[in-house]
Design a protein around this ligand. Structure first.
Ligand SMILES: [Zn+2]
Length: 392
């Protein structure tokens, strides 16, 4: 029991540590220009703590002072058709469900602005996006005259920016002070009770049940389950409209509206703290076993065969550094052109475009996210590359 740590969701001190990783890169989406800089990239530690009171899981040794989401943060996912189909379907669903036409949309943590542009194009809406990693003109949109971007962190400073929809995707898991952040969002809404709030973030129950340790990395300090997320939303005076999972059950989607008095109604997807506690026990009991299995597997793969990893995002950085991958894998493949030729923090592996595989001729391609398996298989077939393809 780490007595000094206070749960950022509920304020309880009943937080116990169940998983630790030392010396992993503090950032996993920043690509480095040289191998040496990648190897020397600053490291941090993880000690995941489980709150017995509210079920929230967080990195109890997270140091936010070392984090800097500048514009060299390369997290754009919209180069993949699989991802784009998902994002477009989601945008259409939100527009239809909440009649978002000619409305104002605020996106907190909009990245390069892809999703906000999509919502504004498909529904003739107006958008304001806030993100420190925003890069001007990266996303070309035919409605750019209706889009405003602020290259900054969201804070109380922006409480005067109101939207009919407040959207926040893949950002909340990077925020250490979760209650404070969501309370700021709620306070900014004030008495505009018809505002819709939509958050999307990874589901920790899947990580725990699949022992997907590659989904645990330093940038993610906060790990939510449907239950712990819904409980936090209620404690910040929101009522849950809907709670669902998507993208191969990897993401939790929450739709909520502000209320003036605390809502009590639970959603059927919410698990209890006790159920979550069982998942945590399962993870911590079998984690070592799974790590050993993978080490053995990598050793076998590397024995006379050429292996590459496909997908250079955070999962890959975590996978490589948790194992300390050395010569077993030389290159990482990615379709994002802004990553090509650069090096992965920590592991120091170079990121190459798919075409590179024509001459490299790998024996095995390890796909970092099973949801992209079919898309990757197709690209390899189109390039006439014969190789074994496996998902983690
Ligand atoms: Zn808690």
């Amino acid at each position: 029991m780490s007595s000094a740590f206070v749960c950022p969701n509920c304020g309880s001190q009943a937080v116990s540590t169940f998983y630790e990783v030392k010396n992993i890169p503090i950032h996993s989406c920043i690509m480095l220009p040289t191998r040496q800089e990648a190897l020397d990239f600053p490291k941090g530690n993880i000690a995941l703590g489980f709150c017995k009171e509210c079920g929230f899981i967080s990195n109890t040794v997270f140091d936010s002072s070392v984090i800097n989401y500048s514009s060299i943060y390369e997290d754009q996912q919209s180069f993949s058709s699989t991802f784009n189909v998902f994002a477009e379907g989601l945008a259409k669903r939100l527009i239809e469900k909440y009649d978002l036409h000619g409305k104002k949309i605020v996106e907190i943590g909009c990245g390069k602005g892809d999703f906000l542009a999509l919502l504004c194009e498909l529904g003739d809406n107006f958008g304001v996006g806030i993100d420190p990693a925003y890069i001007k003109d990266r996303v070309q949109s035919k409605v750019s005259d209706r889009l405003t971007f602020i290259q900054d962190y969201y804070s109380e400073k922006y409480a005067n920016i109101h939207g009919d929809l407040i959207c926040c995707r893949h950002t909340f898991e990077h925020i250490p002070n979760t209650f404070e952040f969501l309370s700021n969002v709620r306070q900014a809404i004030g008495n505009r009770l018809d505002t819709i709030v939509f958050f999307e973030l990874p589901d920790v129950t899947r990580v725990l049940r699949e022992i997907a340790f590659w989904d645990i990395y330093h940038e993610h300090c906060s790990y939510f389950s449907p239950g712990s997320l819904a409980r936090l939303f209620r404690s910040c005076q929101f009522e849950i409209i809907d709670l669902s999972k998507d993208f191969g059950d990897q993401y939790i989607l929450i739709e909520a509206r502000p209320v003036s008095r605390r809502a009590e109604k639970m959603h059927e997807l919410e698990e209890s703290v006790e159920e979550l506690s069982n998942d945590v026990k399962y993870f911590s009991t079998h984690c070592r076993e799974k790590l050993d299995q993978w080490k053995k597997r990598l050793h076998q793969i590397a024995d006379g065969r050429r292996a590459v990893v496909w997908g250079s995002g955070s999962k890959c950085v975590s996978f490589m550094t948790t194992f300390g991958v050395k010569d077993e894998i030389e290159y990482v493949i990615d379709i994002n052109p802004f990553r090509h030729g650069k090096y992965l923090p920590g592991a120091g592996k170079q990121v190459m475009p798919p075409e590179f595989l024509r001459k490299y001729k790998p024996d095995i391609v390890i796909v970092m996210n099973p949801i992209y398996y079919a898309e990757i298989r197709q690209m390899l077939d189109d390039m006439d590359i014969t190789t074994e393809v496996m998902s983690i």
